[in-house]
Write a protein that binds this ligand. Structure first.
Ligand SMILES: Nc1nc2c(ncn2[C@@H]2O[C@H](COP(=O)(O)OP(=O)(O)OP(=O)(O)O)[C@@H](O)[C@H]2O)c(=O)[nH]1
Ligand SMILES: [Mg+2]
Length: 406
């Protein structure tokens, strides 16, 4: 399952966002460093289901389908807030960063309303600096990568000198544990102009240049400008967009999303995450406080920003940054079902370039071992061996071995 880590300065709303996405109740407060250990939960990414296009009624098993939208599970990790010096182990720094490093992508939350000061304490909205906060946290991450390499430099040196390994391979041996891939190292070396300079000749600037590139390449990151329900956040949001023009920055209100999801769960409103509005079930049953909240949400978020941004944030990470495709594996290509007759039972996120054999591996190793060929269920055509899976493909794998349990 894809893992998305939520990082950011303390008090920016990471846990509020985590609770909104997972519908859990991890502790939220106005005190800095409320979250002491990572919270892990399940969220969903939304995609248009193929059921309508195929004209079938589906029976999802690993996911859910609501009004033609498929919600696919993903793992969300809420991390303790960062501070300057975290890379060197200050606060919960080290523990935090090694957990963050296990994620496939990151959401970097900033308090766009400027309601936290340099130390992360709540202050007058507009007085904090979201852009400075952003750079501080990014700096911590890059320093942490640098520290990791420096601590292992003797090991890297030995691998190069005694075992004759290339710089790329030796760095990979050390960084693989934090989910860095070999091609990403190659790419980072290229972008940092270090392809021709052996590791043994690197100076501090080379190390920093490499760490900066590998941080971005190995952990694609979406910047989430949170607390957009506070009016002054708009100015800061525009500033962030301006300054970080080459990156994705999206406006968001985690608190509003949390209110909406909880109200929908209680039955007071109808709301599908990501939609551009909600519907009150029965106006006459609302308390004055609920009426006030509904007004707040409507005027501060929907009228101004169209959505709360939470669902969009996850979609952008999964589909734009990680460039995942959604594949629907089925056993019976005519009925689009599994062996028990469940129509379109599973929706699986696969990386770009993945083949039907990769899909078989993802489902079960035995299915892959006996892999013969795959069928495109929508057209009934047998796919060539080197076929590359496309988004929304419905695939039936023909194998000498059946999936266990089927
Ligand atoms: N107005 C507004 N307040 C928010 C929003 N999201 C979070 N907050 C508030 O910001 C404060 C901090 O929220 P948390 O979710 O605990 O922040 P955190 O980043 O997890 O903080 P640490 O765990 O201490 O690092 C709380 O008072 C939240 O209610 C939002 O979208 N709008
Ligand atoms: Mg927290």
């Amino acid at each position: 399952m894809i893992k998305i880590g939520i990082i950011g300065k303390t008090n920016t709303g990471k846990t509020t966002l985590f609770n909104a996405i997972t519908m859990l109740s991890a502790e939220v407060s106005t005190y800095p460093f409320t979250t002491k250990t990572p919270n892990i939960g399940m969220g969903h990414v939304k995609t248009l289901c193929v059921c309508r296009e195929l004209g079938v009624k589906d029976n999802p098993r690993n996911s859910t389908c609501i009004n033609g939208w498929r919600f696919i599970p993903i793992e969300i990790i809420d991390l303790p807030g960062l501070i300057k010096g975290a890379w060197a182990g200050a606060g919960l720094g080290n523990q935090f960063l090694s957990v963050a490093a296990q994620s496939d992508a990151l959401l970097h939350i900033v308090d766009a309303s400027g309601s936290i000061n340099e130390k992360g304490e709540i202050c007058e909205p507009g007085s904090g600096s979201p852009l400075a906060d952003y750079y501080d946290i990014e700096d911590e991450l890059i320093r942490w990568y640098m520290k990791n390499i420096v601590e292992n430099s003797e090991k890297i040196r030995k691998m190069i000198q005694s075992k004759g390994m290339s710089t790329t391979r030796a760095l990979f041996e050390v960084l693989a544990g934090i989910k860095v891939k070999e091609w990403q190292i190659e790419e980072a070396l290229r972008r940092a102009n270090l392809l021709e300079i052996p590791f043994l000749d690197w100076d501090d600037d080379d190390l920093k240049a490499f760490a900066t590139e590998i941080r971005y390449i190995s952990k694609p990151t979406l910047i989430v400008a949170n607390k957009m329900d506070i009016p002054i956040a708009e100015k800061n949001f525009r500033g962030l967009q301006e300054a970080l023009g080459e990156k994705f920055v999206i406006p968001c209100s985690a608190e509003v999303e949390l209110m909406l999801r909880r109200a929908a769960k209680s039955g007071a409103i109808e709301y599908i995450p990501g939609e551009e509005g909600f519907r009150v079930r029965d106006d006459s049953k609302l308390t004055p406080r609920q009426k006030w909240a509904i007004n707040y949400v409507q005027s501060r978020i929907f009228d101004k920003w169209l959505t709360t941004g939470v669902d969009q944030a996850i979609s952008i990470v999964v589909f734009k940054l990680l460039m995942m495709n959604v594949i629907y594996p089925v056993e019976d290509p005519r009925k689009f079902s599994d062996s028990k007759g469940n129509v379109l039972p599973d929706a699986i996120l696969m990386s770009q370039g993945a083949t039907p054999l990769d899909l078989a591996r993802e489902i079960h190793s035995e299915l892959a071992e006996g892999f013969l060929y795959a069928i495109d269920a929508a057209t009934g055509v047998r796919l060539p061996k080197d076929y590359v899976l496309r988004d929304r493909d419905v695939i039936s794998i023909v194998s000498t071995r059946k999936k266990r349990g089927s």
